[in-house]
Design a protein around this ligand. Structure first.
Ligand code: URA
Length: 190
């Protein structure tokens, strides 16, 4: 088991645990500060991420960067960003349960090594994988969840917000602002 993020990256970069290994260009392990008080988890790499080997560098990533800056007052290198699956599912299909299962040890180890106080989950896939709950994101967001002492905040996936209207964006901003409040130890933080 990797005892540093550098070792974990080296091991994950040659992973052959599922069929996505045969179609990927690069493994997108994750990036940012380690340890970090804040971890952000998405679904899986898209085309641009697969090409560059970095998470959230396409259109969704631009929105994510904006929210990190405007709502958290940080840059992306001051948080840790990763995905449920580290390899791109072909044609941007949803990751399959067997692929998420095969990839889970990497994510679990990343959570231990990053040691966050708060985790922001972007979209349904991340929510079901990390919290083990399914259901409508509308019902799950806006509530605080605990995972072994870590505050977990489910929110929308940026791609969903990009397809939707101003309300989704406002709600996503609120979720990011909640994370900031907790991290700053504000009066209403939990
Ligand atoms: N969507 C994701 O869920 N993750 C990325 O890294 C990019 C797009």
């Amino acid at each position: 088991m990797a005892d540093s993020i550098a070792l974990l990256c080296a091991q994950a970069l040659v992973c052959q645990s599922c069929g996505l290994a045969t179609t990927r260009t690069q493994v997108v392990v994750g990036e940012g500060e380690v340890p970090s008080d804040l971890m952000i988890i998405g679904e899986g790499p898209g085309a641009r991420e697969d090409e560059l080997g970095r998470p959230f560098v396409g259109r969704s990533g631009k929105l994510l960067d904006r929210l990190i800056q405007e709502e958290l007052g940080r840059t992306r290198d001051q948080v840790y960003i990763t995905n449920v699956v580290k390899c791109r599912p072909p044609n941007n299909r949803d990751p399959r349960p067997d692929e998420m299962h095969a990839c889970a040890p990497w994510l679990e180890r990343q959570i231990v090594l990053v040691d966050p106080r708060v985790i922001l989950l972007l979209g349904k896939t991340a929510v079901s994988r990390v919290l083990g709950v399914t259901g409508s994101l509308t019902a799950l967001r806006g509530r605080r969840h605990d995972r072994n002492g870590i505050l977990v905040i489910p929110t929308y996936h940026p791609a969903y917000v990009l397809r939707g209207g101003a309300t989704r964006l406002t709600e996503m901003r609120v979720d990011f602002a909640r994370a900031r409040l907790t991290l700053s130890g504000g009066p209403h933080a939990t």
